[in-house]
Design a protein around this ligand. Structure first.
Ligand SMILES: NC(=O)C1=CN([C@@H]2O[C@H](COP(=O)(O)OP(=O)(O)OC[C@H]3O[C@@H](n4cnc5c(N)ncnc54)[C@H](O)[C@@H]3O)[C@@H](O)[C@H]2O)C=CC1
Ligand SMILES: O=C(O)C(=O)Cc1ccc(O)cc1
Length: 309
């Protein structure tokens, strides 16, 4: 494939930037891929594994002459990075980000972006619990959504060019209002992560009582929680600090639902529990039937559909 950008500068060399570097290189989507990371150790690792064509110690040199700059740092670091690079951006360049929260990143970054540079906020709905320059892989974005939340005045041609790159890396793209994005992600990602962190914390308290059995005999559900709760603490601290309202709104609703189920258990109301779980099962099946869970195993999907339990 012909290159869609001549020089792509990746700022922050972790899971997402690393995966982009692998994906772009595999498909020949960028003339040159350069990078910058704050810590000397990360830069050294990136050089050692040949993540980019060039790794700079100075962020301003990394963005010099780049026609695409990707901010791939924790949400709370976007402001500082944008301020540092702004005077060095090439006219006509596109700046995008991959932060898990959108409105606060727009508020932090947009004021720094000079006239003639296109700022197109973005968020790949793809990741793992791993972080750092060694954690990236070329197929991370394949068949995953990558949401863009462009500002109304943004040049549609610049949005199209970025969209072409994301799709060439295997992603499905869509556009969304940033505040709506933050509410949707609070339900589908941010609150679930907080619940996983909490559940693992509960088990940690309990292990002292149960003599480590909660760890030894952890079943699949709890294992999934521990995987999620192993995610990067800095990244997730920033997500919650920067999507405060939406997360608190969803956690309030979650608590109400939890109390409803707690009461049903206390009252022995089996019908209510069964009805509730029947509704939630239908939601899961809807996701699978819409083809949105590419990792889901196919076992029993239709055979247990009408099972009489
Ligand atoms: N990990 C995931 O599953 C996903 C993460 N994201 C978002 O992508 C962004 C990057 O996340 P990952 O690649 O997972 O993180 P990571 O922890 O693997 O890498 C982050 C990089 O940013 C650097 N960094 C941190 N603070 C910095 C600063 N002040 N100045 C310069 N560099 C700094 C770190 O040294 C590291 O190289 C975050 O905003 C996160 O919300 C989006 C989708 C999924
Ligand atoms: O590892 C998982 O299960 C994830 O949920 C990955 C993830 C984390 C943060 C995002 O903003 C998007 C995707």
């Amino acid at each position: 494939m012909t290159a869609l950008y001549n020089r792509v500068a990746l700022i922050g060399l972790g899971l997402i930037a690393g995966s982009m570097a692998h994906a772009m290189r595999q498909k020949g989507l960028a003339g040159e891929i350069v990078g910058y990371a704050r810590s000397a150790e990360t830069r050294e690792t990136a050089r050692e594994i040949g993540l980019c064509d060039q790794v700079y110690d100075d962020v301003t040199q990394a963005v010099e002459g780049a026609d695409l700059v990707v901010l791939a740092v924790p949400v709370g670091a976007m402001d500082q990075v944008a301020a540092q690079i702004a005077p060095h951006l090439a006219p006509g360049a596109t700046v995008t980000d991959v932060g898990s929260v959108k409105q606060s990143v727009i508020d932090a970054v947009a004021p720094h972006i000079p006239d003639g540079v296109h700022f197109i906020p973005g968020h790949p709905l793809a990741g793992t619990e791993h972080s750092g320059p060694r954690s990236g892989f070329a197929t991370l974005f394949r068949n995953r959504w990558w949401l863009l939340t462009p500002l109304p005045e943004t040049d549609p041609a610049a949005v199209q060019r970025l969209t072409d790159l994301l799709q060439a890396m295997g992603a499905k793209t869509d556009q969304m209002d940033p505040q709506h994005h933050d509410l949707v992600l609070a339900v589908t990602s941010h609150a679930p992560h907080l619940i996983a962190y909490t559940m693992v914390g509960v088990a940690d308290h309990l292990r002292r009582v149960t003599d480590d059995e909660v760890i030894q005999y952890s079943a699949a559900g709890f294992r999934d929680f521990t995987r999620i709760a192993a995610s990067d603490p800095t990244m997730w601290r920033d997500v919650f600090l920067h999507n405060k309202e939406a997360t608190l709104d969803i956690l309030g609703r979650f608590t109400e639902e939890l109390f409803v189920l707690q009461r049903a258990i206390r009252m022995g109301d089996g019908q209510q529990l069964h009805d509730y779980f029947t509704r939630t099962r239908a939601i899961r099946r809807g996701i699978i039937e819409a083809g949105q869970d590419t990792d889901a195993p196919d076992f029993g999907r239709s055979s247990d559909k009408d099972a009489d339990r």
